[in-house]
Design a protein around this ligand. Structure first.
Ligand SMILES: [Mg+2]
Length: 442
C-alpha cells in the first residue's frame, strides 16, 4: 500500500513537503506545500503553469500537475521539518509524455516486460568553488596532481563529512569519498540501486551538495568543464541488469560467460547485446549524456594539467582500463564513462535502458575489444566512430537515430530536440572574445 504522506508527516514531525519535478534541461523545480494540504496534493498533485516548467509547454496549456511519488519521499537531513518528494508530471489526467521521470518510468516498465531490471550506480563528480563561481574555493589547492590529496581533503572535511553523514543517515550506504583529479574537485560514492531510485538519489544528491556547500560559504558545481585546463566533472554509470527489482533481485543476468570477447571479461549474452546497443547508439546518446555546450569541452579535450582527461573521445570498449568509453571492470557489469555532470538524472537512466533494450532486441554486437591505452595509442584505432565534437553534432546524431528517438518516445524526442536547438542557436548568437582575438585584425 502506498505511503500516506499526511500520516507520514504526523509520524515524523514533517511540517512542509517540497514537491519537485525535473525539467528537460535537468533543472529541479518545486513547490513548498504545508503538511495540512498534502493529502489533497497527494491525490491531485501540485499545480505549475505549463510554460514555466521547461517541458516544452505553452502559456495556453492547462495546469501541469506534479503528483508526488510517496515511495520516494526523503526528509531533508539538514532540516527535518521539510520532506522532498519527486513528482510525476500529469496534465488533464494523463502523464506528460516528455517529462523526464515519466520517460524513465515507461522504459523501466518496458524492460520489466522482458524480465530485465536495470540497476545502476553513478559517480557524480563536482567542484567546490567560491560563491561567485569563478575560482576554486581553496586557494591552497594548487598541486599539479591533486587526486586523493589528503591535506586538501582536511581543508574541506566539514563539507564532505556532512554530506557523507547525511547519506549514512538516509541509508544510501555510502562507501568512499575522495578529492578527485582536478583542484577543487570531489567524488562521493554510494551503493547502486534500481534505475528510478538511483535517478531520484542522483537528483537529491545534487540538491544536497549544493545546499551544504552554500551553507559553508562555497558554491558546488556539476558543470562538465568549469575550469579550463583541469579535468572535468564526469558522471560515470555502472550498469547491470537483474532478474527482479529491489531487494527481490537474486541473479545478475549480465554475469556469465557469453560468446566472444565480452564473454572473456565476464559478460553474458544479454550483457553483450545490451552493451552492443550502447555502442551502436553512442553518438546519438551523447545528446542526452552530454547535454550542454560545455560538455564538449570535457570529451574531445586536450590533455589536462594532471596528464589525463579521464574522458573518452572515441566509441570503444575494453576490460579494466579507464581510457575508453566503456570499461568492463569485472564480471557482470560495465561502466559507461561518457556522461558528464550536466546530465539529467532521469534521462541518463532512460537513455541507458533505451539503447540497451535496442541492443537486446537486435542482438547487437559491441564489436572488438580494444586493449590499449587510448590516450597514448588512440590514433592507431581507425575502425571506431569518434564521439560528436559539439552539441549540434550530437543533436543531429540523435535526430538521425530513428530507433533511439522512438524508444525514448516521439513526444519527448521532439520536445527535447526543439528546446536544445533553441539553446544551441542562443549560444551561436553569443559573441566571444575568441572571435575578436582571431578575427579583429584579419
Ligand atoms: Mg571519478
Amino acid at each position: 500500500m502506498a505511503t500516506d504522506l499526511a500520516k507520514f508527516a504526523e509520524k515524523n514531525g514533517v511540517k512542509y513537503f517540497m514537491i519537485s519535478f525535473t525539467d528537460l534541461f535537468g533543472g529541479q523545480r518545486a513547490k513548498l506545500v504545508p503538511a495540512r494540504a498534502i493529502a489533497d496534493m497527494q491525490e491531485d498533485g501540485a499545480g505549475f503553469a505549463g510554460f514555466a516548467t521547461w517541458l516544452d509547454l505553452t502559456p495556453a496549456h492547462p495546469d501541469m500537475l506534479a503528483v508526488p511519488d510517496p515511495e520516494a519521499v526523503i526528509i531533508l537531513p539538514w532540516n527535518k521539518e521539510i520532506a522532498w518528494v519527486p513528482g510525476n508530471c500529469v496534465m488533464e489526467g494523463k502523464d506528460v509524455a516528455q517529462a523526464p521521470r515519466n520517460v524513465l518510468r515507461r522504459l523501466i516498465a518496458e524492460a520489466a516486460e522482458l524480465d530485465m531490471h536495470v540497476k545502476t550506480g553513478i559517480e557524480a563528480e563536482f567542484f567546490l568553488l567560491t560563491p561567485a563561481g569563478d575560482a576554486i574555493s581553496d586557494a591552497f589547492d594548487t598541486a599539479a596532481k591533486p587526486c586523493y590529496d589528503q591535506q586538501a581533503f582536511m581543508r574541506r572535511l566539514d563539507v564532505i563529512r556532512e554530506i557523507s553523514d547525511y547519506m549514512l543517515e538516509m541509508g544510501w550506504n555510502p562507501y568512499q569519498n575522495d578529492h578527485e583529479d582536478a583542484n577543487g574537485q570531489w567524488e562521493m560514492n554510494w551503493d547502486f540501486d534500481d534505475a528510478l531510485s538511483t535517478a531520484d538519489k542522483h537528483s537529491f544528491f545534487k540538491f544536497m551538495v549544493k545546499t551544504v556547500a552554500e551553507k559553508h560559504g562555497y558554491r558546488a558545481t556539476f558543470m562538465p568543464k568549469p575550469i579550463e585546463g583541469l579535468t572535468g566533472n564526469g558522471c560515470h554509470a555502472h550498469i547491470s541488469v537483474w532478474d527482479a527489482p529491489g531487494a527481490k533481485s537474486k541473479t545478475n543476468v549480465f554475469a556469465g560467460k557469453g560468446d566472444g570477447q565480452t564473454g572473456e571479461v565476464g559478460l553474458s549474452e544479454r550483457g553483450k547485446h545490451f552493451l552492443g546497443g550502447i555502442m551502436k547508439h553512442a553518438s546519438a546518446l551523447a545528446a542526452i549524456t552530454n547535454p550542454s555546450v560545455n560538455s564538449y569541452k570535457r570529451i574531445n579535450a586536450p590533455r589536462t594539467m594532471s596528464g589525463a582527461t579521464w574522458a573518452p573521445n572515441t566509441v570503444t570498449w575494453t576490460g579494466n582500463n579507464r581510457t575508453h568509453m566503456v570499461r568492463v571492470p569485472g564480471p557482470g557489469r560495465f561502466e559507461l564513462r561518457l556522461p558528464d555532470g550536466a546530465v539529467n538524472p532521469y534521462l541518463l537512466q532512460a537513455i541507458i535502458i533505451a539503447a540497451g533494450l535496442s541492443g537486446i532486441r537486435s542482438k547487437a554486437d559491441p564489436g572488438k575489444r580494444h586493449d590499449i591505452d587510448m590516450y597514448a595509442e588512440g590514433h592507431t584505432v581507425t575502425d571506431a566512430p569518434k564521439l560528436p565534437l559539439n552539441m549540434l553534432d550530437a543533436l543531429r546524431a540523435y535526430d538521425d537515430d530513428a530507433e533511439l528517438k522512438e524508444a525514448m518516445g516521439a513526444e519527448f524526442s521532439a520536445a527535447y530536440l526543439k528546446m536544445k536547438r533553441q539553446e544551441w542557436d542562443d549560444f551561436c548568437g553569443h559573441f566571444s572574445s575568441w572571435e575578436k582575438a582571431n578575427t579583429l585584425d584579419i
